[in-house]
Structure formats: structure tokens, C-alpha cells
Design a protein around this ligand. Structure first.
Ligand code: CO
Length: 209
């Protein structure tokens, strides 16, 4: 059997099992999507948002890219963010990184990777902001620390968007969170959070009408 066939077969089995446990399971999800959470995570196949938080379909709105980045010119991320904040009215936006992230590791090398250089450049900038702290560490801790610093920087990048600033001034939501996941034990750790009254460098503040 070709490997992709397994996915289609498993899907049938999954749908059957869900309906057996709860006959209204899919009916309930058809009518409304009202998740409380937007998840911005890494595309890494080992960090699936729903599985590691034991949540069901309908609970988390998900955006994933290499190294869980919030890049201000990324129309994909910004569209997801705007929809989640303005239409779905999520209460929490979670940026979730993970130790051992291949994107972060690659950004720490001099390898020429073509187009992906442009994406990883954003992580190299985070490295430069914290160069002294990072270069005082051994290599293993340095990678882990850059994963953490990168998550915190992306949370800050969310707060710099007019989408988040407008939502904060009008609705005092959502709360922003920076989390990191450890592949070795499957556990999430909180790194930082920002609320509507968080201090943000003044230069990044917009006059929200
Ligand atoms: Co990763």
C-alpha cells in the first residue's frame, strides 16, 4: 500500500470512531467556529498544536511556519491574525517554539540555503540583538536560548502590529503568550506574556482612531 493511502484509511476510521462516541460530533462543528486560541507554531511535524494540548477540532485556530515567526511583511500570517482577532475574537494568541528547532539551528550557521535564507534572516537578527548573552554560552545552551529569545521576539512583533494594538484599545484582548515545547518530554513551558496594558517601546505605538 502506498503510504498516503494509509492517511485516507485512517481518516475513515477516525470519523467512524468519533461518531460512535458522540453522534453529534461533526454536526456541532459544521455550524460554528468559535475558538478561543490562535496558535502560531513551527511547521515541524513533531509539534502539532491539537495533539500536544489535547484539544479537539474547533478549539484552536492554527498558523504554522518555519520557526514560528511573526514577520511584518508576511501577508499570510497577518491575514490569519486579523481574522482570528477581529472576526473570531480569540482571547489568546500563543506563539509556540520548540527546542531543537531546525529553522533556528540553520539560522545559526553560514549555510547558503537559497530562498529560505530570507526567512531565516529574521532569526539572525534576533541572534544579533542578544549576541553577547548567546556567545557566552556553550553551543547546546546557545541553541536552546535562541529558541526562547526568538519566541519572545515574535510575541513582541505581535504587539507591534496595528491589529493587536487596535484590539487592545477597543476590547482589551487578546492576551499574547510565548511558549516553548520540549521534544524530549512533550511538555510546554511558559516564557512570557503580554496583555493590553503591556509596556511597548513608544516608537512602535500607533494612534488608533
Ligand atoms: Co522548528
Amino acid at each position: 500500500m502506498e503510504s498516503y493511502r494509509r492517511l485516507l484509511l485512517e481518516n475513515k476510521a477516525w470519523a467512524k470512531e468519533r461518531t460512535e462516541i458522540d453522534p453529534n460530533y461533526f454536526k456541532r462543528l459544521v455550524d460554528i467556529q468559535r475558538p478561543d486560541f490562535l496558535w502560531i507554531g513551527c511547521s515541524d511535524s513533531r509539534v502539532p498544536a491539537n495533539e500536544i494540548t489535547n484539544t479537539d477540532p474547533g478549539e484552536i485556530f492554527v498558523h504554522r511556519n518555519i520557526a514560528n515567526m511573526v514577520v511584518h511583511t508576511d501577508l499570510n500570517l497577518l491575514s490569519v491574525l486579523q481574522y482570528a482577532v477581529q472576526v473570531l475574537e480569540v482571547k489568546h494568541v500563543i506563539v509556540c517554539g520548540h527546542y531543537g528547532c531546525g529553522g533556528v539551528k540553520a539560522a545559526m550557521t553560514h549555510r547558503e540555503l537559497g530562498l529560505i535564507n530570507k526567512w531565516l534572516r529574521n532569526i539572525k537578527d534576533v541572534y544579533r540583538y542578544h549576541q553577547d548573552e548567546l556567545e557566552a554560552m556553550d553551543e547546546e545552551h546557545r541553541t536552546d536560548r535562541l529558541v526562547e529569545l526568538n519566541v519572545m521576539e515574535q510575541v513582541m512583533n505581535l504587539a507591534k502590529t496595528s491589529i493587536i494594538q487596535a484590539a487592545w484599545s477597543r476590547h482589551q484582548r487578546p492576551m499574547l503568550h510565548g511558549w516553548v515545547y520540549r521534544l524530549q518530554d512533550g511538555l510546554l513551558h511558559e516564557l512570557c506574556q503580554m496583555d493590553y496594558d503591556a509596556k511597548l517601546d513608544d516608537i512602535y505605538r500607533y494612534d488608533i482612531p
